[in-house]
Ligand binder design. Sequence first.
Ligand code: NAP
Length: 335
Amino acid sequence: MNESLWEARHGWDETQHWDGRTMTAADIVQIGSAGAHADEELARRYAVASVLEGPIPSDLGALAPEATVVVTSALRGITRGMIDSLPKLRAICSWGVGYDTLDVAAAREKGIAVSYTPDILDDCVADLAWALMLAVGRRIAEADRYVKAGAWQDVRGFPEAMRISGKRLGILGMGRIGEAIARRGAGFDMQIGYHNRRAKDGAPGQFFDTLEGLAAWADVLVVACPGGAATYHLVNAPVLDALGPKGILINIARGSVVDETALAPALQEGRLGGAGLDVFEDEPNVPAALMGFDRVVLTPHIGSCTVDTRRAMGDLVVANVEKALAGEPLVTPIP
Ligand code: NAP
């Protein structure tokens, strides 16, 4: 362990006492933030060695050889090498519901439990999908720019938009978030269709066994499936063409699911009506080719970013850590 680094971060040395115990090493290595409140709570309760910014060292064992728990996030992830470097690791507690950046298989091989923060963010992510859908369909961001630029001299000058109510809503990934999006669709009198790898018992709407079939049927296609190798570029040029010149693509899932190099030409050539994107292939780098369209609304990966939901996510990470350190089953293990 790098003692000067340790002392600089914690203001203690390895012989000092913390919370009534003799401090010999960190219980936890934290490589991703769980939100300011949870980070503070973890640091208050436990001995934490943290690397919240910048590159994560692959040898976490050099930082905290005794650590039994890693706290990370969907953004920062964890690799097989990092897992292997911690001989006493028992649990990985992640902030966020996506786990394509966590090497869950490597953890499972060693009997290491992994938790995430499902369910509590469904409503906020679904709300954002709807915000983007309405913003693109009704040209809200464009109208806002129009008014603020002083261009509203004649109300007939602003172009007509697309009605959202009553249209066909296609959902790629009818999971927890997909279902929350579909429930909101019922309030807008929309017909619902979805594509998963298999039809889901009790799911709202019509199942399509191909994504292209769903895209050809839908007016709005919302991407709500996980990222990772299995869904890489599922939304490709043929799917965008099937959605068509009046169709709208919304992505609140992962940037890797949509082929961005196919998206910009489809918009440019009028083969796709519009897009609302919260996630990108190489965040925070958004392709310049997507910046210039009025009918494209971009947000900086803020699906769960509300005070209420972020606080609940942080609290759930802390609850999982508490269980892990007590040697009890995690509250929300990845199934
Ligand atoms: P979930 O409950 O596990 O649902 C995922 C759905 O995707 C399932 O219905 C699954 O059905 C389907 N699916 C999985 N692989 C597929 C494939 N290869 N082809 C077609 N469908 C597939 O997950 P969730 O909690 O709703 O979250 C979904 C994703 O949203 C997360 O993984 C995360 O990446 C993203 N997310 C983004 C934000 C944000 O800030 N923008 C916030 C939270 C979550 P089958 O298994 O039957 O295929």
